[in-house]
Design a protein. Sequence first.
Length: 565
Amino acid sequence: MDVKSNIINALKKVISEELKKEIDIKLDEPPNLELGDYSVNICFKLAKELKKSPKEIAESIRNKLKSMNIEGVKEIKVVNGYINFYIDYNKLGKDLTEEINKEGHNYGRGDKKGIKIILEHTSANPNGPLHIGHLRNAIIGDCLKRILEFYGYDVETHYYVNDMGRQMALVVYGIELFGLDENKKKDNAIAETYVKINKYLEEHPEEEEKILELMREYENALERNEDNEIVKKFEFAVNYALDGIKETLKNLNIEHDTFVWESSYVRNGMVKEVIKRLMETGKVIKEDTYMLDLSDFGIQKKMVLARANGTSLYSTRDIAYHLDKLSKCDIGIDVLGADHKLTAEMVKAALKLLGSKVPEVIFYEFISLPEGSMSTRKGRFISADELLEEAIKRAKEECKKRGVDEKIAYDIGLGAVRYNIARISPEKPMIFKWDEALDFEKVGCPFIQYAHARCCRILEEAENKNIKDEPLFNYELTNEEKSLIKMLNEFKDIIKESAENRKVHILANYLLELAKTFNRFYANCPILMTKDENIKKSRLSLVKSTKNVLETGLMLLGINCPGRM
């Protein structure tokens, strides 16, 4: 039973009969339960159109709604032009907990069958390990993939491998000069070589021409579809770095479906085809380079497509990749740092010139540690591996302090990292703070995991005493019970909102509120200690439903539930 949808649909029906047209309706939540569970202020907007007072309109609508017997609604009141709806919590509690506990981890699933999404995320340059900056991209992308799939979309994830830029040419040349430390994790060894070659070129600027020559040779070999020594050197360096990156992603509970190499679009001729087609638009200007005029799209800066010698640039290859990707899906989504906004707008404009659809782009602001800024080139960064190791180490200390089995430290550490990043809206810059990430008491993932563990403990105890959960709800419910039922009833809407708005923080923040609501229920409503069997069984069904929803929600954020804490 979806009470909110029932109310909205009934309101739409009544109002459309009055106005002879459809109107959008949004339900608000009054500040306390005495004023109802949901409220609507639509009568103030209708007053001018209907030439009546809001109170008069509200009473007329209320009378029509009452005759409709909206399922799940116990009472409808009018207060100063507002229409307030009171939920029938006994019916909702019974129907809802029955549904949740029957469907388990399928509760809240959507049905978007037949809609294919290709979601590109992480896509860090393979010149070193993933650092804390990449983490925000990877975690937003992976959580979004899980939520979209749960909502019913067919989702394929891409990691776009930038193997053709100057950075990879530096790595290849660096390996020739300095080799690789085989005792180090592979991406760390690549990073060490990358730092060395950057320092070397600062001291020997005359060697810069060799880097440019490497880039030219690699692109020429790809255009001829050759697999010569230069190609093998680039492939070795990229794969070596990717091996280490994939290991990190696996430890973070992240997996990509496809790794798409930038060079594949030079090799298959798509890049040349893109340049040719853009030339035909009459928008390309030749100066020192070939540049695309995008002023028709409100972009004053010109987009560089190719060098004067004809070699391509990242932007051209990016357009080719998007043409290919968008031809294979209904919706394309890119997760990009806020510093890519202009580039993304340019790519979109070029795609429109070519008659293609464009991707949705989720931009995220920077993430940092209180310690300060980072630079891969200078070797000054906090790697994702170090961050996760530190989280697990601190989680072990917390476990020891609380007398909890240290085996769950990985689940707590991983949850701390993933949740603390997922809970912040991507457009907000953030500083990763350990005291928030590992907070057992208020805002951290351990707080949610602990609420789940509490549910598990209660249910185990009930099973040991042979007490069955049963959604009877045939008594006067407390405010804490009502609040918990209402929160559980929001889960489907939260999934829908998170999926349709591509916002993972909506789900993350909901789970924290659900854990808080459950803790208030636990503190004020005796469960196994209550003598009334009907109340005991009903409250147990609420505990079981909460456990199921917390598990499902954390799973969609890529976080494990230890079960015991």
